[in-house]
Write a protein that binds this ligand. Structure first.
Ligand SMILES: O=C(O)CCC(=O)C(=O)O
Length: 301
């Protein structure tokens, strides 16, 4: 459904002001939107995965590890595709309160695209450089968004997510370097022209959710605090926005309709979209790409 039609619909959970703020700024923060019950359930399974990662020595399609990760002191960058590893993550992504938010912003028919749990570990958890999401997974139109859940309280020191207001209406940038290699972030010269003083930093107590449009320019700083900053991200599209390239982290839940019905027509937006490399040969992670890590350091998959 086109954004103009979405903006006329009855709302499920958002106020009119919140919906308008999303369409104007390209992002939204809802403080404490997710309650303790969900947080406790998600923490229980997440602690289990942190423990499991102790026996990992190399990043693979499940755990993306910081170079300093050890069994005694796990340092995870990401649990990839959590929905495929535990049913609680899938229940949250397919039937939790965030699906109402997705419906309020995308329309009645909503498709699950992917999930990831970005830990941003304490004491230096890596930055995420300025980027847009849609160059990683182009669709036939731009009704695609990501909803993040802060599983802990997040303040300025912990590398909160920041979005540049209105940037979803601007250009889509190349995420390749000057040697035409995919780096998963904007080039330095493009980033230098951003009006970063206007960045909206999304912070809040545990249970706060962040929502960002697939074209919104966003980033997050390193986490220099002694506290971890787990952000559970689930991305969705309107059912009539169809992916046009191979999925970066395919799993059985990808493409499932979580609200309404499948599309019978694809909707096309005339704005051109840059293309990523062919992910059917494998994808690492935004962290590995942005740090330009050597893929041979990953476990064979
Ligand atoms: O974890 C973060 O701070 C940002 C994540 C992000 O932008 C992404 O994974 O696309």
């Amino acid at each position: 459904m086109r954004p103009e039609q979405v903006r006329k619909r009855e709302l499920k959970v958002l106020t009119r002001e919140q919906r308008e703020a999303y369409f104007t700024n390209g992002y939204l923060v809802l403080q404490g939107f997710i309650g303790r019950d969900w947080l406790d359930r998600l923490w229980e399974v997440t602690n289990g995965f942190i423990d499991e990662s102790r026996s990992w020595t190399r990043s693979d399609t499940k755990f993306d590890l910081e170079p300093a990760h050890t069994a005694d002191e796990p340092r995870l960058r990401r649990l990839t595709a959590p929905v495929s590893h535990h049913e609680t993550y899938w229940e949250f992504a397919s039937n939790g309160p965030i699906v109402d938010v997705a419906e309020d912003l995308l329309g009645p028919d909503v498709v699950f695209h992917h999930s990831k749990l970005n830990f941003k570990w304490s004491g230096g958890g890596e930055e995420v450089k300025w980027h847009q999401d849609i160059p990683f997974y182009p669709h036939t139109n731009y009704s695609v968004l990501a909803i993040g859940l802060y599983m802990s309280d997040v303040d300025d020191e912990m590398g909160p997510m920041g979005g540049i207001p209105g940037s979803q209406h601007g250009q889509i940038y190349s995420h390749y370097n000057e040697h035409d290699e995919w780096v998963g972030s904007m080039r330095d010269e493009d980033a230098a022209r951003l009006d970063v003083d206007r960045t909206g930093w999304m912070k809040g107590p545990a249970g706060t959710i962040t929502v960002h449009h697939c074209r919104t320019v966003h980033a997050s700083m390193p986490n220099n605090s002694p506290r971890m900053r787990p952000l559970l991200i689930n991305a969705y599209s309107a059912a009539d926005a169809l992916p046009i390239t191979a999925h970066p982290s395919p799993c059985p839940q990808v493409g499932q309709v979580v609200r309404g019905k499948p599309a019978r027509w694809a909707r096309f937006d005339a704005d051109p979209c840059p293309l990523p490399p062919d992910w059917s040969n494998g994808y690492t992670s935004i962290f590995a790409s942005q740090q330009e890590e050597d893929p041979s350091l990953r476990a064979a998959e």
